[in-house]
Design a binder for this molecule. Structure first.
Ligand SMILES: [Zn+2]
Length: 185
């Protein structure tokens, strides 16, 4: 069997896939792989396209599933900018190969990381506010039942009747600050 150049300029999808060492599906879905008017492929285009492709790692089922879950979350994007975005990315891929997509992912991931950092900060602020809220509520409750300790703001002693003693305010007490006689000028 002899192969003519004109055959190589009109490959079917399965043959193009075989030549690229990829699945027919990868070839079918390749937006940046040029086609002839009759939808066939030129072997030169297929080889050039395959050379621009990053090698695909083989993932385990678990890893594939995690990737699919992420893709399912981010891929649905009903937006009328989609065609223009695809066009822009396909143009870059056609010119630079798939490595250019790493630049896109660098941008996207760095935005996500900033987002996560901000959310964590928000969460920290919320936790501190909630903590402060609880502390104030407990203090008000203590004052209502007259569980109040008077503490010297200079030496930290707490008033117990006529004495001022060390050891801080008893648990569950609100604190009112004052100055003990020893610290009074
Ligand atoms: Zn004192």
């Amino acid at each position: 069997m002899s192969v003519k150049t004109c055959d190589l300029e009109r490959l079917t999808q399965p043959v193009a896939a075989w030549l690229a060492g990829l699945s027919p599906r990868s070839v079918r879905d390749a937006a940046d792989l040029p086609r002839n008017a009759d939808r066939s492929y030129n072997a030169r285009d297929v080889l050039a396209w395959a050379a621009r492709r990053l090698p695909r790692p083989t993932l385990s089922d678990g890893e594939t599933e995690r990737l699919l879950v992420v893709a399912d979350e981010i891929a649905p994007m009903a937006d009328d900018r989609l065609p223009a975005m695809l066009e822009a990315l396909d143009a870059l891929r056609a010119k630079y190969g798939e490595h250019v997509l790493l630049l896109l992912w660098d941008e996207v991931l760095s935005t996500w990381r900033e987002e996560v950092a901000l959310t964590e900060t928000d969460e920290g602020v919320r936790q501190r506010q909630a903590e402060e809220e609880r502390r104030r509520a407990a203090e008000e409750a203590a004052r209502r039942r007259l569980a109040v300790a008077v503490q010297c703001e200079r030496c930290g002693r707490v008033r117990r009747g006529r004495k001022w003693t060390k050891g801080g305010a008893p648990a569950g007490h609100a604190v009112t600050y004052s100055i003990c006689p020893a610290c009074s000028p």
